[in-house]
Design a protein around this ligand. Structure first.
Ligand SMILES: [Ca+2]
Ligand SMILES: [Ca+2]
Length: 147
């Protein structure tokens, strides 16, 4: 019995030491997410972000026949680095507009650049939020971090 237990304990320790991010990923996946379309710095690419800047980053969240942006709980929305869902920047400013002229209302958010928590080497950011009904949604887009 002891012989069997030891490798099990070792494997558990290994998992704890080397996959601490796994728990965060699990927490994120505990509830289903609706995937939504976003555009960091709408109309511009690559999405260069100077993390030393005191400015703001605009992000468009696109509505569709499946997703009514007027149902978004603005206070729940965060923009964060893809692999670090904890924290992130809350909404600084927002406006409703049909940015891509497809007949569905969209939202333009502004986030304070330094609150996002991006670091050199990050290549993806994620916009996460909830609807007033309590449904989670997320969308991601590439970033090019400048420092
Ligand atoms: Ca863009
Ligand atoms: Ca639209």
């Amino acid at each position: 019995m002891k012989r069997l237990l030891r490798p099990l304990i070792l494997i558990s320790l290994f998992a704890l030491l080397f996959f601490p991010a796994g728990q965060v990923a699990l927490a994120h996946e505990e509830h289903p997410h609706m995937h939504v379309e976003i555009d960091i710095k709408p109309g511009s690419y690559p999405n260069s972000i100077n993390i030393l800047s005191n400015g703001k980053v605009p992000v468009a969240l696109f509505g569709s026949d499946m997703f009514d942006v007027t149902g978004v709980d603005i206070a729940s929305v965060r923009l964060h680095p893809m692999d670090r869902p904890e924290g992130g920047a809350p909404v600084n400013k927002f406006a409703y507009t049909d940015l891509n002229s497809d007949g569905y209302l969209d939202i333009i958010f502004h986030f304070r650049t330094q609150a996002i928590g991006l670091q050199p080497g990050d290549e993806m950011a994620c916009l996460h939020g909830m609807t007033m009904m309590g449904d989670h949604f997320c969308g991601h887009d590439t970033v090019r971090v400048i420092s």
